[in-house]
Design a protein around this ligand. Structure first.
Ligand code: NAP
Length: 515
């Protein structure tokens, strides 16, 4: 049995103490272990603060970008091996695994290209010079420099590959050394990626902690950044951490999200826009077995169209083969962990107390290619409620699995926006309409509740990746329940790892800094 090692202070160490098992969620067979104690985290922080910071400070944006390009290349070179790990340890189908792993490589490449564009600089300018004196001699200029600390990355179980890369790329390009902690249950992909990355990076620039966080946050200090993706309960613990509060450690949180999809009143289901809406709902329910932070959980359709929508969902979801993703016919694998299965079943039961069944009952399923009684499987579940705005089970609890609930509305853009707002802050939501007046009215009211808003229409349907795909060029994060954080978004993603300073002084001196 492989005992996964952490990469800390320049060497691989397996830790000590009790061990946690990593399993194949389709069969429940143990496939690796991690030790839960015994790492010298103080030394790891010191290594990042000295060697890691020094090495990055010497590099220009272009040189850091070149490092990121080499990491993307390393992923491409080991793609099949990484996909196999994601299938075995994450319950991913091959398609799910590619979504995670290729998504990581794409994000690294995006930031590699951004580094090349930013060139030989180490400081970023922010806006134009501002005359603040009597003459143009005295100016103000905002600048961004790398924060003087360590970026601590804590990731969720669902995207071990992409999660590692989407946080690593902007942090390294900004100039901050990273300590990355994947979720324990699905750590194998991130572990292998760091095995590939470590020889390509200068000392101290990237470290990996596998296993529980332990005292990780007790070592944080004033210049550090903690970027967290996971559940809102853990997020609350991080927010309340004494050291994080005492040192104003910057904290970015990506947490729960009750993303919605709205079908506009003008849309015929047989149209391109209608087809896009249906394809997006089905994809988001089943891709990664619904374990995407961006997946559609709540659906609003014009009153009177519910039956037609249900017919299509029943037909498409009924054709999806569920089972061990190692079996090539399988289109949807298990949930990632036993805890996930308990949580999703609990979530379905809560929904069942307030909604009607449309498809999939409470998620019971007989998976193919799996020993009887084994695996963390749940089938796709569609529920419905006649009163979607009032339904607490729908609007107050994220069910992190292949579950969605559909309700009707009276075509009004204001009502659709109120439905979005009932999620109390989402990473993303989508609206499908070719009526520009309806869209304009909806966007103004819904956008403040959303980190990203996807506008589905006939003209873009052929090239759309769907609302569930996070792009490195656009920001990822959302207000309220979604954690209030923001990552990615091209150069904006660097700002989370940099300090903005307002310079005041002689125009020629300041301009020379940014030349
Ligand atoms: P989680 O239990 O909150 O764990 C997330 C990460 O936090 C894991 O790496 C976990 O480590 C770590 N962690 C747990 N307790 C900690 C502590 N006291 N200090 C520091 N780190 C700690 O979340 P999860 O089970 O991975 O995912 C569950 C939920 O996350 C989902 O239900 C979903 O709502 C949300 N989620 C949100 C997004 C997003 O982008 N917004 C993405 C994915 C998931 P261990 O694994 O070692 O416990």
């Amino acid at each position: 049995m492989q005992l996964l090692a952490s990469y800390l202070s320049g060497s691989w160490s397996q830790g000590q103490g009790p061990r946690a098992s990593l399993v194949n969620p389709a069969t429940e067979a143990p496939i690796a272990e991690v030790a839960t104690q015994g790492h010298d985290l103080a030394a790891a922080f010191a290594h990042a603060r000295s060697a890691g910071r020094r090495e990055l400070a010497q590099l220009t944006f272009a040189q850091r970008g070149a490092l990121l390009a080499s990491l993307a290349k390393a992923i491409h070179g080991a793609r099949e091996e990484l996909i196999a790990l994601a299938v075995a340890n994450g319950g991913n189908t091959r398609g799910d695994a590619k979504f995670d792993i290729d998504g990581g490589a794409v994000t690294l490449s995006h930031y590699a290209e951004l580094g090349a564009k930013l060139g030989a600089a180490r400081i970023l300018g922010d806006g134009e010079p501002i005359q603040i004196g009597r003459t143009a001699r005295l100016i103000g200029q905002h600048i961004w420099t790398a924060r003087h600390g360590v970026a601590i990355h804590i990731n969720a179980f669902n995207f071990p590959g992409w999660g590692l890369c989407e946080k690593l790329a902007p942090a390294l390009l900004a100039g901050m050394p990273v300590i990355s902690k994947p979720a324990t249950a699905t750590a194998m992909v991130a572990h292998r990626m760091v095995e590939l990355f470590a020889p390509l990076l200068p000392p101290g620039v990237l470290q990996l902690l596998v296993g529980p966080a332990g005292t990780l946050l007790d070592h944080t200090g004033p210049g550090d950044v903690v970027a967290f993706t996971g559940g809102s309960t853990t997020a609350r613990t991080l927010r309340a951490h004494e050291r994080m509060i005492a040192h104003s450690v910057r904290l970015n949180i990506e947490a729960d999200s009750l993303n919605a999809a709205i079908l506009g009143p003008d849309v015929d289901l047989a149209s391109e826009t209608g087809a896009l809406f249906l394809a997006d709902v089905v994809r988001d329910m089943t891709q990664k077995t619904g374990q995407k932070c961006t997946a559609i959980r709540r659906v609003l359709v014009p009153a009177g169209t519910e039956a037609a929508v249900f017919d299509v969902l029943r037909e498409r979801l009924g054709g999806i083969v569920i089972g061990d993703p190692a079996n090539e016919t399988v289109r949807m694998g298990p949930l990632a962990t036993a805890q996930q299965l308990r949580d999703v079943r609990e979530g379905i039961a809560r929904l069942a107390s307030e909604t009607e069944a449309v498809f999939g009952g409470t998620g019971e399923v007989t998976p193919v290619g799996v020993p009887a009684g084994k695996g963390y499987f749940v089938g796709p579940v569609v529920r419905t409620t006649p009163t979607p705005l009032e339904c607490a089970a729908l609007n107050d609890h994220e069910v992190f699995g292949p579950v969605t609930t559909v309700g009707p509305y009276a075509n009004d853009a204001a009502l659709a926006a109120q439905f979005i707002a009932r999620g109390e802050g989402c990473l993303v939501s989508s609206a499908y309409s070719d009526d520009r007046d309806w869209v304009a009215s909806f966007v103004g009211q819904a956008a403040p509740w959303l980190g990203r808003l996807y506008l589905g229409s006939a003209k873009m349907a052929a090239q759309s990746p769907g609302p569930g795909t996070v792009l490195p060029s656009l920001t990822h994060g959302g207000p309220g329940r979604a954690g209030g954080g923001e990552e990615l978004g091209g150069v904006r993603g660097l700002h989370g790892y940099m300090q903005r300073t307002a310079l005041q002084g002689d125009a020629t001196v300041i301009k020379s800094l940014l030349a």
